[in-house]
Design a protein. Structure first.
Length: 331
């Protein structure tokens, strides 16, 4: 069931991606806002209660529908439900248009448009960012987005479906990522609806939830890329902690080694917190140069390398799931 559900969801998402501002994502924002307003009283325990409600209620609802369909209508209807859930939680097209627009703009020599798209994507002032830093940040943000929208979802979905919990893992992972990002973002604007305690609880929970998926993604990038350099970069990061962050740092260190590009910097600092609109990359790019990974300066060709790395990883994951599905059917 898992292999065919993922395959169908990816194919449908490529043909007809979710539109920005779709009712499902808008509903999740309303849900997160309602939970924070009604259960976040500004104490750590209230932050954990609000986080639990925001993430577990949608996850348990997905599980209840799965069991209900499986029990009353049969597995074909449960497969349809899995495809629907994965279509919402999984997919490249939820972020890839930014990557494509920036790549096309740089390929045409229109750096101003590339900076404008980057600024729109990450909500920062990128007007004075040099070309190499535009490339560097596009690679970093794209890799992190691919992990959170595809590989992390696959990891949690595969583990929990093996335990008979249906699509719960996909919903839980995406909700954990969403509330950590949303409540942190809300904390950066005047009159926030989320207290610092709630934002802290969501960020700490997200670090735990993403610990294993980030390392699985890093390992898959190493397998389909330059294995020796990827593992070496991963090991150096763990030993020296040269990059800020933890899960994101492991992933970007392995990516840098896998394709031989210099990464590390603002993406790690801003990956879990959208910066204010007045933030600038210019100062941060310079201050993070000393903590970057080894490798060549980012070039336009590295964008194609990243695309190839990601798609080879998808193929590897799908082959593994297909083998597991065949073993289950034959067993």
């Amino acid at each position: 069931m898992s292999f065919f559900s993922i395959l169908l969801a990816l194919l449908i998402e490529q043909v007809r991606p979710l539109a920005p501002g779709n009712p499902v994502h808008n509903g999740l924002r309303v849900w997160a806002r309602w939970v924070s307003r009604n259960f976040d009283a500004g104490r750590p325990v209230h932050g954990w209660i609000a986080w639990g409600l925001a993430t577990l209620v949608p996850s348990l609802l997905a599980l209840a529908i799965h069991w209900g369909l499986l029990h009353w209508l049969g597995w074909p209807y449960a497969v349809v439900w899995h495809v629907a859930v994965l279509y919402i939680t999984l997919g490249f097209r939820q972020f890839s248009h930014y990557f494509t627009d920036i790549r096309d703009a740089l390929d045409e020599g229109d750096e101003a448009r590339a900076r404008a798209v980057l600024a729109q994507w990450q909500r920062v002032d990128a007007a004075d960012v040099p070309r190499s830093e535009v490339l560097r940040h596009v690679i970093e943000y794209s890799v992190l987005a691919a992990h959170r929208h595809v590989f992390g979802v696959l990891a949690w979905y595969a583990v929990l479906i093996a335990l008979g919990l249906g699509p719960t893992g996909a919903v839980f992972y995406r909700m954990c990522e969403f509330v950590a990002r949303y409540w942190k973002h809300k904390d950066n604007v005047p009159d926030p609806t989320a207290s610092p305690q709630l934002a802290s609880a969501a960020a700490r929970a997200w670090a735990v939830v993403d610990w294993l998926p980030a390392r699985l993604t890093a390992l898959s990038f190493a397998v389909v890329g330059n294995f020796e350099d990827a593992i070496d970069g991963w090991r150096n990061f763990v030993q020296q902690q040269r990059l800020p962050g933890d899960n994101d740092g492991v992933l970007l260190a392995a990516t840098a080694g896998a394709v031989g590009v210099r990464l590390g910097g603002e993406a790690l600092r801003a990956s879990m917190a959208a910066q204010p609109a007045t933030a600038s990359f210019e100062a941060t790019a310079e201050q993070h140069d000393s903590v970057s990974t080894p490798g060549r300066e980012p070039e336009l060709g590295h964008l194609r390398s990243i695309v190839g790395l990601v798609w080879r990883s998808v193929v590897m994951w799908m082959l593994l799931l297909a083998l597991l599905t065949m073993a289950h059917l034959l067993g």
